[in-house]
Design a protein around this ligand. Sequence first.
Ligand code: GDP
Ligand code: MG
Length: 304
Amino acid sequence: MTCIRVIIDNMSKDNHIKINHLVVLGRPNSGKSTLINTLLNQKVAITSPRPQTTRINRTFLYQSDLGQFTISDTPGIMGKVRDTLGKAVNKQPKKQLDIADLIVYLVDISRPKGDEENKALALARLTTCPKLLVYNKIDKAVGAKNYLAQFNFLEEEFDDCISISALKTTHTKALLTKIFQLLPPSAQKVTPASTSNSPLLDINSEDYLADLIREKAFLKLRKEVPYTVNVRIDSIESIDNLIKIYATIETTADKYKKMIIGKGGSMIKNIGTMARKELELISQKKVFLGLNVVTHKHWQEAYI
Ligand code: GDP
Ligand code: MG
C-alpha cells in the first residue's frame, strides 16, 4: 500500500507552481473531514461524531486524471468558547481564506440551522472566490430529519450546489466534476506530483500519528474527557518490518488521567489497540505502540 500522502500548508508557494487550492468550510460535525477522505479515497483526515475532532487546518493533495488541487480541512467554528484551545481552534479556518481558489461549503441537512451555521456562513461570505454549496448526509436526512428547506435560501449566494453523502460516497464523483468546473483552468495542466518536489509527509509524520491516536481517544472517551486530551509523539523507530512508536497522552487533570487509563488500564489499552490496528493496515508493517498518560494542566497554552 502506498504511503499516506499528506502535504503541508503553502506547498504551492514553495514549489512555484500554480496549484488550485480548495478550502472546506462548514459547522462542526458537518462531515468536512469525512468528505476529504472520500475525495482522496484514503483516510487522511481524522473524523469522529464529536465536534472539534479537527483542531488544526490540514492540507492534502488530490490527484487524478481530472487534474489536481490541494484541499484544506478546517475545524468548524464552535459557539461560546472560553477556553484557550477553543479560541485558538476557532481562529484556524480564517487563515485559509486568502489562499482559497474555491470554497466547498458543507451543510449537514440532517440538523436544523443554528448559530454555528451562521458563524460558518459568515466566514464563507468573507471571500469573493467561487463557492460550491454541498448538502451533506442525504442518507441520514430522511423524513422528519430532513432540514433542507432551511438552507435553500443559500443557493443564490453560491455558484453551484449539489446533494451528497460523504460517508456513503453518494454523488461524490459528480461533486468532483463540479469542483473542476469551478476551478480556474490552470488546475488541469500542472506538473504531476511524481515529478514535482512536493513536501510529502509519510506515515511517520508525527502530526499524522498524533492525530490518529487522538481520533481513537475521541471515539472511546466520554463527555468532556476528549477535549482535555493532547497527543505528543515521543519517538518513532523503523526496524525492518516493525514500526516502534512511543507517544504520550496529555490531559489537564488527574481525574481525567484516571479515566483515560481506565480500570486496570482497559481504556488506554483500547485506544492503543484501535490506533495500532489502523496503522498496521496502512503501513502493512507490524506496529508497536507504547502509550503513556500524564497530567499537564497547561498543555493547551502551548498548543497552537
Ligand atoms: P467535521 O467536524 O465537519 O470534520 O465532521 P466529520 O467528518 O468528523 O464527521 C462528523 C460525523 O458525521 C462523523 O461521525 C461522520 O461519520 C458523520 N458523517 C459525515 N458525513 C456523513 C454522511 O454523509 N452521512 C452520515 N450519515 N454521516 C456522516
Ligand atoms: Mg473535521
